[in-house]
Design a protein around this ligand. Structure first.
Ligand code: HEC
Ligand code: HEC
Ligand code: HEC
Ligand code: HEC
Ligand code: HEC
Ligand code: HEC
Ligand code: HEC
Length: 382
């Protein structure tokens, strides 16, 4: 009875030492039933602890033994495994609880009506004055409920419905939010430098994420076309996209990095830098790396004209020979860079393909044919 005494506000006339007859309604009555029939097994040392804080242990909590089931879904007793375990003798949900035999209906009804009424914790907060029985004071403040949602401190869809339309609670997230919020990528993050949703503003509304500054360079693009999120993440469509944060996210409050759909599918993210990259490599494979905060000037990934002979030597084929002879990059990569070696079409640079554009007198198709600088090439390998 200890749990009961701590959790319930016993009204006048109630004697906590009297026999455990179920007379109260609501959560206090539920506590009585659990305490008398379940906590012998479901104690603090059990997977399902119905003794310490049964409310926190059951309401909106996934079943440990039955995939896809929730122990208590407010408003929906018939979808609540806790209720099914004590009433459904068909065997669908294993043995009935308690194992010694089904409780009589006055007790199972206590649980049914508590869940059907919205599974409130009312007798835990007897002075809440008719306010929201589930959430704490001030919950409507986005700094509270919004942050709890973003950091997955609570399973919003368990009670507000898998479509967030209200579920058993009758409160839809759309009741207050602006239209289109679900797919508005700056509703929760980004928005300071551009409208893509990429930080600086991070999920804690600061700019402390390790990539905060680096995002802008990537998603706006200064030496390449703007990169979409898919280069480094699984890109969600809206708030309910699986793996985003409200549904199917196995690492709450942490942004997963995933390179497989991008230009550097073999890359690794260490938490402070990337390795095995094509993008920061020399154009010959997944051989680049960079630390957050590092810079990427021309010449840092592959050689340029001013790099000199040794770096030229590490370029493929006949680069060195041509560069020694004073050729400009633009003579063979004329669409990508101009004669001053300035990038002129960002969409061709770091796009996963070496773009060749020569003058009309010579063509490249794996090998060179034609005349260049007075020299004839016949199927000459580069
Ligand atoms: C004699 C010990 C015992 C008693 C008493 C008992 N249980 Fe259980 N309970 C178990 C065991 C063992 C399991 C795991 C096997 C299973 O799922 O059937 C279990 C599983 C459960 C589950 C499934 C948990 C999950 O996460 O999948 C629920 C719900 C449950 N019990 C509720 C109750 C309720 C409510 C009571 C009291 C009315 C109760 N049990 C009384 C032993 C007990
Ligand atoms: C265990 C069930 C449950 C869970 C989990 C839950 N809610 Fe609620 N929520 C309710 C109920 C019930 C109400 C409606 C109470 C009422 O009728 O006033 C509610 C109301 C609200 C309201 C309206 C403001 C207020 O205080 O009544 C907001 C906002 C809200 N919930 C946000 C959230 C968010 C965000 C999450 C996830 C972080 C969440 N809820 C998780 C049950 C839940
Ligand atoms: C009682 C009104 C109300 C309800 C109901 C409500 N919200 Fe909010 N929420 C707000 C307000 C106000 C903001 C601030 C943005 C705005 O003005 O639209 C906000 C903002 C947020 C944010 C962004 C917070 C941030 O720091 O970036 C999240 C996330 C959020 N709500 C989640 C939810 C979810 C999930 C639900 C449904 C379970 C929900 N809200 C229901 C009023 C509400
Ligand atoms: C209601 C708030 C909210 C909205 C709206 C939202 N996000 Fe998120 N997003 C989050 C949170 C919270 C995280 C990080 C937490 C996590 O993964 O657990 C996140 C993470 C991400 C990540 C990192 C990968 C991941 O899943 O962790 C990407 C990419 C992302 N969001 C893109 C978008 C895009 C694109 C949109 C618009 C279609 C969008 N987000 C709308 C809250 C939101
Ligand atoms: C060049 C790779 C790259 C691109 C492109 C990229 N991100 Fe990220 N993003 C990262 C990395 C790396 C992290 C840090 C993950 C961590 O915290 O460990 C991150 C973190 C985030 C976070 C988490 C912030 C937080 O507070 O935890 C969000 C949100 C996010 N990205 C959204 C986006 C969106 C939206 C886009 C597309 C518009 C995008 N990112 C494009 C690499 C990228
Ligand atoms: C972050 C690494 C990186 C930096 C910095 C970089 N490049 Fe590149 N560059 C590449 C990669 C990778 C390729 C391989 C082809 C591709 O994917 O476009 C490439 C290819 C090229 C090509 C061949 C033509 C083409 O379209 O593929 C030229 C010319 C070039 N870069 C010039 C430059 C110039 C000029 C700068 C400085 C403004 C520069 N690069 C900075 C990574 C880089
Ligand atoms: C004479 C023609 C020619 C000149 C001049 C030339 N390139 Fe190339 N470049 C090529 C060809 C052809 C390839 C494709 C090689 C292949 O696919 O095997 C290439 C490939 C590349 C690659 C991909 C990585 C590699 O090593 O194959 C980069 C990066 C690159 N060039 C950058 C430059 C830069 C920067 C300059 C100027 C400093 C330059 N190139 C000058 C013809 C040239």
């Amino acid at each position: 009875m200890l749990v009961l005494l701590l959790a319930c506000n016993n009204g006048p006339g109630k004697d906590s030492d009297s026999p455990p007859v179920v007379t109260e309604q609501g959560y206090c009555a539920v506590l009585t039933v659990l305490d008398d029939n379940c906590t012998a097994c479901h104690s603090s040392s059990s997977t399902l602890d119905l003794a310490t804080d049964p409310y926190a242990a059951t309401v909106g909590v996934a079943s440990a033994g039955y995939a896809g089931q929730t122990l208590v879904v407010p408003g929906e007793p018939d979808s609540s495994l806790l209720y099914l375990k004590i009433t459904d003798g068909s065997g669908t949900w294993g043995g009935v609880m308690p194992p010694s035999g089904m409780l009589d209906t006055t007790k199972t009804e206590v649980i049914r009506s508590w869940i059907a009424d919205g599974a409130s914790e009312a007798c835990d907060t007897p002075d809440s004055g008719g306010g929201n029985p589930y959430h704490p004071e001030g919950w409507e403040d986005p700094a509270n409920h919004g942050m709890a949602a973003k950091l997955s401190e609570d399973n919003c869809v368990a009670c507000h419905g898998s479509d967030l339309g209200g579920g058993g609670t009758g409160v839809s997230c759309d009741d207050c939010h602006e239209e289109g919020w679900r797919s508005n990528c700056t509703f929760c993050h980004g928005g300071e430098d551009n409208s893509t949703g990429a930080p600086p503003v991070d999920i804690r509304n600061g700019n402390s994420n390790v990539m905060s500054a680096a995002h802008t360079a990537h998603v706006e693009g200064t030496i390449h076309a703007p990169f979409d999120c898919v280069q480094c993440h699984k890109k969600p469509v809206d708030v309910l996209s699986s793996g985003h944060f409200l549904v199917g996210d196995s690492s709450p409050a942490l942004s997963e990095v995933l390179f497989t759909a991008g230009l550097s599918p073999a890359a690794n993210w260490s938490g402070s830098g990337c390795s095995n990259l094509y993008c920061h490599g020399n154009g010959q494979g997944n051989n680049g790396s960079i630390q957050v905060g590092g810079s990427a000037p021309c010449g840092s990934c592959h050689a340029i004209t001013s790099s000199g002979q040794d770096p030229w030597d590490r370029m493929s084929g006949e680069h060195k020979k041509h560069l020694e002879a004073g050729f400009a990059c633009s003579e063979c990569h004329g669409d990508t860079v101009d004669a001053q070696e300035q990038l002129q079409d960002l969409s061709l640079h770091v796009n996963g393909r070496v773009d060749i554009a020569t003058n009309a007198a010579i063509t490249y198709n794996g090998s060179c044919n034609g005349t260049c600088h007075g020299k004839e090439h016949r199927a000459e390998h580069f």
